[in-house]
Ligand binder design. Structure first.
Ligand code: SAM
Ligand code: SF4
Length: 337
């Protein structure tokens, strides 16, 4: 690799990229109504990076100063032989180059893998869970079994992995339940993070029907609970509040009503090796071609440099009109949430 390329990843706005999210697959065993359409066409397998290519790619980022690596999807735990990737990547934890290896999962297969994940050095996991009502859960995910997810969460905790619950706030679906979801999460010792629905990809429902501003959720929760700004910061876009009554933390991710781009330290890679520089913009660099062009990483590092050159200043999400095309055409499951 050229010596010039070995430096840290710094973009044109002097932001250091230290956090990488990688989607391992666009496939999923659920079809959450806000994320995917009922009848998704998934990518042909040969388009996906192999596990070996994913390891090479992640390792190149680690060499360039990425300290935190989150594997996501689709559902990362449906990727065949996924544990071999975790196992290989754990060498960067052992060497101290990587601070954190983690994943975002729907939890359906977490019970199967919790012990092995812990053994690979995974200390924290984000589990997406939007409702504790089993029927609503099945309807919202179009096939998920709540019981399995709860078993997965319990298994992770038993393995010593800290669990954060992520819930998308959805108008008319879970909006009345967010207080009780929070009480449950905090009672179990988990942080809860609420996410505003983002206009990513076409789904059957209208975005405006699903969109529930978190400012509204917060006002409503503040009538029942004492919320005060928390000093907890994760380096991510979540803003946390301490909840006096539960003793827990409640995070808010509000990409639509609040801008968090100035401190953006992250980039994303899709399962086909496209590097997206911003969740809400199309600016991208292909990493698969340089990966496949040679066994040497010179071209790959040049592509990372190009990514830094074009990383945009910020995103541009809008949901303001019924029937408006999504601001970004790719689904969250493609880019990796
Ligand atoms: N399958 C895993 C899961 O559900 O956690 C990982 C991938 S999923 C795409 C990552 C996160 O994105 C989940 O928390 C999910 O709720 C969220 N998500 C999916 N589509 C979204 C959208 N349109 N707006 C906001 N969040 C979304
Ligand atoms: Fe699958 Fe996660 Fe998307 Fe739900 S949010 S369909 S679990 S990728």
């Amino acid at each position: 690799m050229a010596a010039r390329a070995a430096g840290p990843l710094v973009d044109g706005f002097m932001r250091h990229v230290t956090y990488l999210r990688v989607s391992l697959t666009d496939r999923c065993d659920f079809r959450c109504s806000y994320c995917m359409s009922e009848h998704m066409t998934f990518l042909p397998r040969q388009e996906l990076l192999t596990l070996e290519e994913l390891d090479r790619l992640c390792s190149a980022f680690v060499l360039r100063g990425v300290r935190k690596l989150r594997l996501t999807g689709g559902e990362p735990l449906v990727r065949r032989n996924v544990m071999s990737l975790f196992r290989n990547l754990s060498r960067h934890l052992d060497s101290g180059k990587l601070e954190e290896l983690t994943l975002t999962t729907n939890g359906s297969r977490l019970a199967l893998f919790a012990d092995e994940l812990a053994d690979c050095g995974v200390r924290r996991v984000n589990v997406s869970l939007d409702t504790l009502d089993a029927d609503k859960f099945r309807a919202l995910t179009r096939r998920g079994d709540l019981e399995k997810v709860l078993e997965g969460i319990a298994a992770a905790r038993a393995a010593g992995i800290q669990v954060k619950i992520n819930a998308v706030a959805l108008k008319g679906i879970n909006e009345d339940e967010l207080g009780s979801l929070m009480e449950w999460a905090h009672g179990e010792g988990h942080d809860l993070c609420l996410i505003e629905v983002m206009p990513l990809g076409d789904v059957e429902e209208e975005r405006l029907d699903q969109y529930l501003p978190l400012s509204q959720v917060r006002d409503r929760l503040a009538q029942r609970y004492t919320l005060s700004p928390s000093s907890h910061v994760t380096g991510g876009p979540a803003r946390y509040m301490d909840v006096a009554e539960t003793g827990g933390r409640l995070g808010f991710i509000t990409p639509l009503t609040h801008n968090f781009c100035e401190s953006c330290n992250r980039v994303r890679v899709t399962c086909t090796g496209t590097l997206y520089l911003c969740l809400g913009q199309e600016d991208a660099v292909d990493l698969r071609a340089p990966l496949r062009a040679s066994a040497d990483d010179t071209l790959l590092h040049q592509a990372l440099d190009e990514g830094m050159r074009i990383k945009p200043k910020g995103h541009d999400f809008v949901i303001n009109r019924l029937g408006q095309a999504p601001a970004v055409k790719r689904h969250m499951s493609t880019t990796g949430g």
